[in-house]
Design a protein around this ligand. Structure first.
Ligand code: NAD
Length: 438
């Protein structure tokens, strides 16, 4: 296995402490994040003095979320809000409803938000939240009560200038509307800027719903340009057909690419001739599953990784590209719509095989970028057109890609390491300038 070249005179790193609140034998996604920080520390020069700050979240809140179920009983759920870092601005990051949510996962996701916001230069730190629940088994009324109680429990630490949640897996504009209303009720004033990803009629931003997928497209297309790959007719395989994967598939399709495989939690379909993502979405809405779409063949979940494509977009969950399947990937470019879909071991294999990975902290930053536009619009109560938003988003994503590409070429490192170098430098510079209190 090759490792990236280390710069000369690299500052020595210090071992990080294992937090007592995680199982030290199985740190989960947090271990992946720590390894990414270890890899980048030699490039931080004197700022590596402060690197320990990045290895522990600033604040962790674990809350009990009890609700009345429709059947008259009471159920308790475990909720989290983690603020990883606020050196550059308020914490910012989504809220996930999923049965496998753990503290380690929310910690890692909050840290990746710190890195992402700094990598694309948004004036935010990083945060993330989650509730351990499979929302598919609950009614709208139950989910509303869950959301309102969770918002009240984390109300101590969130706020438009403190920590601003947004949608993530299994949460959506309706959930954000409930969060905004609950926070506003509890504080006695309408506070639209407390969450982003709201419905447009409640201070949401035009262009927000497709923003993450649009950013995936823009950064993926920029990578293809650098590699001399034509977009027209390029084969694209997408894992995850929700907010991110669906928008990315539609925008790649509209730009002339061919969607050759789609996988979601209900199954996997493929077609060498290409799948129309609009038809696939209609099919999913009417039948509740992606398989049996006319003109497509059904694959097993594992066969998805063998599909030949130019571009692979993991847009579901973390830990999808691992040492077990990275050797099978046939794509030349992986664009990470999801957060943390590639383990460090898989990263090494892909690098050795010449696969360019556009990392999550760049590729899926379009969502938080338009969330930032939404927050700015809410503060000024002045709203921009969709064309303005898309143009600003595309410009910002293109510029971020270009500067990270330049850093990756200069140091001879992957785009992920480049993004971490730029982001960690920005965060630690702010840390150093602010100093330690007291
Ligand atoms: P979503 O809930 O809208 O969609 C998730 C998709 O993943 C669904 O199609 C689901 O069927 C699929 N999926 C779930 N488990 C799967 C499995 N085991 N195998 C295959 N497919 C599976 O969520 P989303 O908002 O699209 O988020 C997807 C990813 O993108 C997450 O990692 C999230 O953190 C990241 N992300 C989202 C945003 C955003 O704006 N929504 C922004 C940045 C990053």
């Amino acid at each position: 296995m090759t490792t990236e070249p280390l710069p000369q005179n690299a500052a020595p790193t210090r071992p990080h402490a294992i937090p007592s609140y995680l199982d030290s034998t199985h740190l989960g996604p947090w271990a992946i994040y720590l390894e990414q920080v270890e890899r980048v520390t030699p490039y931080l020069g004197k700022l590596s003095y402060w690197v320990e700050t990045l290895k522990r979240p600033k604040r962790i809140l674990i809350v009990d979320v009890p609700i009345h179920l429709d059947n008259g009983t009471v159920a308790h759920f475990e909720g989290y809000r983690v603020q990883h870092n606020t050196s550059r601005g308020p914490a910012k990051g989504g809220v996930r409803y999923h049965q496998d949510v753990t503290l380690s996962e929310v910690m890692a996701l909050s840290a990746w938000m710190t890195v992402k916001n700094a990598a694309v230069n948004l004036p935010y730190g990083g945060g993330k939240g989650g509730i351990r629940i499979d929302p598919r088994g609950y009614s709208q009324g139950e989910l509303e009560r869950l959301t309102r109680r969770y918002t009240t429990e984390i109300g101590l630490v969130i706020g438009p200038e403190k920590d601003i949640p947004a949608p993530d897996v299994n949460t959506n504009p309706q959930v954000m509307a409930w969060m905004m209303d609950t926070y506003s009720m509890n504080t006695g004033k309408t506070s639209t800027g407390v969450v982003t990803g709201k419905p447009v009629s409640l201070g949401g931003s035009l262009g927000r719903s497709d923003a993450t997928g649009r950013g995936v497209f823009v950064t993926g297309a920029e990578a293809m340009k650098k590699l001399g790959m034509p977009l027209e007719g390029a084969r694209v395989a997408v894992q995850g057909f929700g907010n991110v994967g669906n928008a990315a598939a539609r925008i790649f399709h509209d730009a002339g690419a061919r969607i050759v495989a789609i996988q979601d939690v209900t199954g996997t379909i493929a077609s060498e001739a290409g799948i129309d993502p609009y038809t696939a979405l209609e099919h999913l809405k009417t039948t509740g599953r992606i398989v049996d779409l006319p003109g497509s063949e059904t694959l097993t979940q594992d066969e998805f990784w063998d599909v030949t494509s130019e571009v692979l977009i993991p847009a579901a969950l973390e830990n999808q590209l691992t040492a077990d399947n990275a050797g099978r990937i046939r794509a030349r470019v992986v664009v990470e719509g999801a957060n943390g879909p590639t383990t460090p071991a898989a990263d090494d294999i892909l690098r050795e095989r010449g696969v360019t990975v556009v990392p999550d902290v760049l590729a899926n930053a379009g969502g938080v970028t338009v969330s930032y536009f939404e927050w700015v619009q809410d503060f000024s109560s002045f709203f921009w057109t969709e064309a303005e938003i898309n143009a600003r988003l595309e410009r910002l994503m293109r510029e971020a890609f270009a500067s990270l590409w330049e850093v990756s070429q200069r140091h001879g490192v992957t785009l992920r390491t480049a993004a971490f170098i730029v982001a960690c430098t920005r965060v630690l510079e702010a840390r150093q300038l602010r100093g330690l209190y007291p």
